[in-house]
Design a protein around this ligand. Structure first.
Ligand code: GMT
Length: 379
């Protein structure tokens, strides 16, 4: 199949999933065209079946804000024509599904079906800003196919938008061959020279991730035992976290790595992963850690309980309850054999439901189903 994938290319879960999906599909012989304003950050593959089409920002004195949704729609239509695409697959509804809808209309009578994959904040954001509701609802309902990355998100979308459109749950996935435990003693020694246990967190450091809670949890753990904290990512809350680290006199115990490629190399060295988010429709970073045999302590919100099983491969706590999170962290770290065993179960559970080898065929089947249905309906 010839598929165009549109996503936010920056550091965010939906862009990561879209990029990994494109790379997995290309590896399976499909032709993939990424359409966005920049090459997706996780696009590390040089597969010859992967193409990138840049959407240029138009500048004109009249435009205070460049109309990205429109230039994207035109690019989608042009790429569809030039490359004879079978399908557009957009990740994150706002504004990508609106652009795809315009592209499909402009391409007529040529058939250009589009699938919208919902990731979370494209739906939950609407709860905070109702002005997005009508257009998001409309573009979801107009999609030829809609997927959500967790059962929680499907339910939330149906309730929030009151739509009758069927939504297919196709969960996020991880490449289980790449994301696996590979001990790197040199890297570990860099962060924890005296063999201290390592806690890790990976995110885009937005307020919803509660990065300062990560530091608070670590500080409570550090009161009871020697340990190190490794923070991967960057974003608006980095400054607040750095300030808190200094205030708590933990500068020598906390490593800020910034944005990193090939995060499995880092995750593999962790003894515990923290994800104390306020909301998380899936929690991809937790799954990636689990595949690397790292137990997770996370908040019991959104789709996280679909990924982490409380008391089995990690622990779940109420959001913002840093004391409970620290208690669970200490439980895992103070008995290293217990932590290792939980980590091994984490990988088994991640493999059971979320390996790319099992999830990608769900997308391929869904693509065929949507393309087939559109071909028959409009014939
Ligand atoms: O919150 C983020 O990290 C960004 C956001 C996005 O859309 O890029 O992530 C959402 O999509 C991820 C991939 O499907 C999910 O793993 C995250 O749980 C989800 N974030 C939220 O729901 C807050």
């Amino acid at each position: 199949m010839k598929i165009a994938i549109t996503c936010y290319p920056t550091y965010g879960g939906s862009g990561v999933v879209a990029t990994e999906l494109g790379m997995e599909l290309a590896a399976r012989g499909h032709e993939i065209h990424f359409i966005s304003y920049a090459p997706p950050i996780r696009l590390t593959d040089n597969n010859e079946r992967i193409y990138f089409h840049e959407v240029e920002n138009s500048s004109y004195p009249l435009f205070d804000h460049a109309p990205y949704a429109l230039t994207l729609a035109v690019k989608m239509m042009q790429v569809a024509e030039a490359e004879d695409l079978d399908l557009l697959h957009v990740h994150y509804a706002i504004p990508h599904s609106v652009s795809a809808l315009l592209a499909r209309s402009m391409a007529a009578p040529r058939k250009l079906p589009f699938i919208t994959t919902l990731h979370g904040t494209d739906i939950t954001l609407v709860g905070n800003d109702r002005s997005f509701l009508p257009i998001t609802k409309f573009s979801i309902e107009q999609s030829d196919g809609v997927t959500a990355i967790s059962h929680y998100l499907k339910q939330r979308t149906l309730e929030e938008f009151d739509i009758k459109h069927p939504i297919e749950v196709i969960p996020n996935f991880v490449n289980c061959d790449l994301y696996c435990r590979k001990d790197d003693p040199a890297l570990r020694a860099e962060w924890a020279p005296d063999g201290e246990p390592i806690l890790m967190h990976l995110s885009n450091f937005r307020p919803v991730k509660r990065l300062t809670d990560v530091v608070e949890i670590f500080a409570l753990v550090r009161e009871k035992m020697r340990a190190k904290l490794v923070l991967i990512g960057d974003g608006p809350d980095r400054g607040a976290a750095e300030y808190l680290v200094r205030k708590k006199k933990l500068v020598h115990d906390v490593h800020f790595l910034g944005k990193q490629d090939f995060v499995y190399r880092h995750l593999s060295q962790a003894d515990l992963f923290l994800l104390p988010s306020d909301i998380e429709s899936f929690g991809l970073a937790a799954l990636e850690a689990m595949a690397c045999e790292v137990p997770v302590v996370a908040s019991n919100v959104g789709g996280i309980p679909e990924v982490v099983e409380h008391g089995v491969d990690g622990y779940l706590h109420e959001p913002r309850d840093v004391a409970a999170a620290a208690g669970y962290a200490l439980d895992i770290l103070s008995r290293s054999d217990h932590g290792r065993a939980m980590g091994q179960i984490a990988r088994i559970n991640a493999k059971k439901k979320y390996c790319a080898n099992d999830v990608i065929p769900l997308y391929e089947n869904y693509y065929r189903q949507v393309i087939g249905a559109v071909a028959t309906t409009h014939a």
